[in-house]
Design a protein around this ligand. Structure first.
Ligand code: SDX
Length: 394
């Protein structure tokens, strides 16, 4: 009764929407946010500027950026009652799990977010609240895992400085982040800010298409990002490189293992659904890794292993034939380590960067009045058959 259905597992050849936010060219390795090349934004912009650009469509003028930042700063504190949630989590709880549930519970504290027919100013308030609270919640999830006291935001600080203060500050002493660390964090957040209809952005859109509120939609995006095939890859890369190092550093052995179809092991941080020649973000991050470690005087043997692994893989027919190159997650963890970010927080850092992109995708879907997402299927199950009483079942 439905005519014919085009089956497309993983939506490899399906456009789920039209969008004016981010442009990718997988062959040429092009990534632009609202038309601006990622290379220029990563060098010249601030993360707050890029968040504004993605969400509102234009680079902000000075007064617009100031109003945007001030509006967000007002909401950086998290409701006191939410602290009890944190105490309930065991220290070994993964910060991504804490983050997803805390983001979803924001809708309990801010009911205006639940009215699907609310006006644009209410939507803007919800957007600014979320941009303000995610860093606070992220830092609180880390402090909770460390069983350290949570640090209150300091609203006179910039976005990156404030996050680093909440992550690494202690009530007993002043904390001033190294400007090299601040710049590196700003660049990484920009490079992660959006990537058109990736797994987590598509999740945010489809959850939002049921008129679930923004917080619930973003919480679903956080959950989708957690998977090791998606944002969880940055943590998996460091765990893989560390295992290779501990195993004696025989790179060809691990490259061969990744090619073995009977072995589930994959080279984490390699491959991409869209980019088939190189991931422009990986190029920028690889260069930044050298720069940041050099400036911080860090000699991390894992970076050398990563570079050697890339070299061995890219000389291997299997990888070249399949267009498998380092993606955004391959080198990012090396910089996070240098910044003092613990491995279990790497995907949380990805979520912090991706938040403005998810919000922009959700807002565009709402403003375009897109229908609820509800794909069909090709049925391969049993034909009609009658119920079998328990006594007759064998
Ligand atoms: C992100 O979509 C986005 O834009 C995502 C992202 C974003 O910004 O939102 O860019 C962020 O998620 C980056 C990707 C992080 N994930 C990883 O690094 C995990 C390792 N990579 C993969 O599992 C894989 O490459 C994906 C998930 C990234 C892409 O999967 P596809 O497009 O479904 O490709 P595939 O699994 O069908 O692989 C095609 C072939 C297969 O071999 P054949 O069946 O053709 O023989 O390539 C092989 C795969 O076995 N292959 C790999 C491999 N990735 C693919 N073989 C070894 N190691 C790998 N990493």
């Amino acid at each position: 009764e439905t005519g014919y259905i085009t089956l497309d597992p993983g939506f490899k050849n399906t456009g789920s929407t039209s969008s004016a936010i981010t442009f990718l060219d997988g062959e040429k390795g092009i990534l632009r946010y609202r038309g601006y090349p990622i290379e220029q934004l990563a060098e010249k912009a601030s993360f707050m500027e890029v968040a504004y650009l993605l969400i509102y469509g234009e680079l902000p003028q000075a007064h617009e950026l100031e109003n945007f930042h001030n509006s967000i700063t007002k909401h950086t504190l998290v409701h006191e009652d939410m602290k009890q949630f944190f105490e309930a989590y065991p220290a070994q709880a993964h910060p991504m799990g804490i983050l997803a549930s805390m983001v979803c519970s924001l809708s309990t504290f801010y009911p205006e977010s639940q009215d699907p027919n609310r006006g644009y100013e209410a939507i803007d308030l919800t957007i600014h609240r979320l941009l303000a609270k995610l860093p606070t919640l992220a830092a609180m999830s880390y402090k909770n895992a460390m069983r350290h006291p949570a640090m209150y935001p300091k609203n006179e600080l910039g976005y990156c400085e404030n996050f680093l203060h909440m992550m690494f500050g202690m009530p007993t002493e002043e904390y001033t982040p190294d400007p090299v660390v601040v710049d590196a964090l700003n660049k990484l957040l920009i490079l992660h800010a959006d990537h058109e209809q990736n797994c987590s952005a598509s999740t945010v859109r489809i959850v939002g298409s049921s008129q679930a509120n923004l917080y619930a939609s973003i919480a679903a995006g956080v959950s989708a990002l957690w998977g090791p095939l998606h944002g969880g890859a940055n943590q998996a890369v460091i765990e893989m490189l560390t295992k290779i190092q501990e195993d004696g550093g025989d790179l060809q052995k691990w490259v061969d293992k990744a090619k073995d179809k009977n072995d589930a092991f994959r080279l984490m941080g390699f491959g991409h659904r869209v980019y088939k020649n190189f991931d422009p973000r990986a190029k920028i991050i690889k260069k930044a890794a050298d720069d940041v470690l050099d400036k911080l005087g860090i000699d991390d043997p894992i970076l050398d292993i990563a570079k050697q692994l890339e070299k061995v893989a890219l000389e291997d027919e299997y990888f070249v034939q399949r267009g498998l190159y380092p993606n955004v997650d391959f080198y990012s963890g090396i910089i996070y380590r240098a910044l003092g970010i613990p491995t279990e927080m790497f995907t949380v850092m990805f979520a912090l960067g991706r938040l403005p992109g998810w919000i922009a995708q959700w807002k565009e879907m709402v403003e375009n009045g897109e229908p609820i997402g509800r794909p069909r299927q090709v049925y391969t199950g049993a034909n009609e058959r009658d119920y079998v009483p328990m006594s007759d079942r064998k």
